[in-house]
Write a protein that binds this ligand. Structure first.
Ligand SMILES: [Zn+2]
Length: 357
């Protein structure tokens, strides 16, 4: 009889705890899916429109410096802790804009999302021309900056996301008319992080994500062998969250034409997320980039939204269940409560037994 009571109680508790775990697993998937769906292509477009009003963001110009301050203000508005990091390019002081979400969280697996904010008109040959020629840079790369800010906004709005995440708008990615190397901002940033012993579990770079040739959303991921798992995390998210995006993965470490290469140089895992590449030239399909015609009206709102969603999904899944402060402690609390309850029942039965005997 007593054994039967104890067994029933134990079974009931077991069912209760495992049911709670199943429930929290379901809600775990749900809140992530809800968060992934928060990304808005219209907000991304709005940011691009505001960035292209600078006319140019050539890193030699005052407009470029002003756009960096606006990006910093936007990061502050989102709730990121910000700082400007100065570096030199073509003898000028240029800045990276760094924003950190959840700076207080204890996290051993820091993630970074970055995009360059400077633009370029390929026909410019002097500072005077840089100041006077238009380089709206909507696709290259207001699109990447705007998607990065959208991702920061969505993750900052999500109470259940607690992982420390860094967002960086890089300056002087473009080669400009003097400097032949390019990638100056990301190079300075990655060098400083490596010098400071800062580790990154994953770094994602977006550059030119808005143009499409047909009516479907496409993205190319450029990776090296060491970063294959990060590329996989993005394609996994596309499947898991049912995102309407065709992804082409290109594993080739000779493709160094954007800021991801600066991370590779210091052994950081990194991928570049970019629009469809022309199979014959290997260049992005947007024929207007680096010209005065790289404007927002040519971009796909949907494609940019899908890419932002995929990246949000990847970051949520990479931070893993260990970072989820709700489901795990909740089931632990239930399990502890269950064990305590069982102990009380056992004590009560023992007392009753003593009284009987
Ligand atoms: Zn670019």
């Amino acid at each position: 009889m007593k054994r039967a009571v104890a067994l029933v109680v134990f079974l009931a508790l077991t069912v209760h705890v495992s049911h709670a775990q199943a429930e929290s697993a379901t809600s775990d998937t749900e809140w992530k899916a809800v968060t992934v769906n928060e990304a808005s292509g219209y907000r991304i477009l709005q940011t691009i429109l505001e960035l292209q009003t600078f006319e140019t963001r050539d890193f030699h110009t005052e407009e470029s410096a002003a756009s960096a301050l606006l990006i910093q203000q936007w990061m502050e508005d989102i709730g990121l802790e910000t700082q400007l990091q100065e570096f030199e390019a073509d003898g000028l002081i240029v800045v990276n804009v760094i924003g950190t979400l959840n700076p207080q969280s204890v996290s051993s697996d820091l993630h970074l999302i970055g995009a360059h904010y400077d633009s370029r008109n390929r026909y410019v040959t002097s500072i005077t021309e840089a100041e006077n020629e238009s380089a709206p840079g909507a696709d290259d790369n207001a699109s990447g900056v705007a998607a990065m800010l959208e991702i920061a906004y969505v993750l900052a709005s999500c109470e259940r996301f607690e992982a420390t995440t860094r967002f960086v708008a890089f300056g002087a990615e473009e080669r400009g008319f003097v400097n032949k190397s390019g990638l100056a901002g990301s190079s300075a940033f990655a060098q400083a992080e490596a010098d400071g012993g800062i580790g990154y579990g994953a770094t994602f770079v977006m550059d030119m994500i808005g143009f499409q040739t047909e009516n479907d959303s496409r993205m190319t991921i450029v990776t090296n062998n060491e970063s294959a798992n990060i590329a996989q995390s993005v394609t996994d998210a596309v499947v898991a969250y049912d995102i309407d995006l065709l992804v082409d993965i290109v594993s080739d470490e000779s493709l160094r034409y954007s800021d991801h290469a600066s991370f590779w140089d210091h052994g950081y895992p990194s991928i570049l997320m970019i629009e469809e590449l022309d199979p014959s030239t290997g260049a992005p399909v947007n024929p207007y980039y680096h010209t005065e015609s790289d404007t927002a009206n040519k971009l796909s709102i949907k494609q940019m939204e899908e890419i932002a969603s995929a990246l949000i999904g990847a970051v949520l899944d990479l931070t893993g269940p260990g970072e989820d402060s709700y489901s795990f402690p909740y089931s632990t609390v239930l399990a502890v409560a269950g064990v305590s309850g069982l102990a009380l029942v056992v004590v009560a039965i023992a007392r009753r037994k003593r009284r009987v005997s």
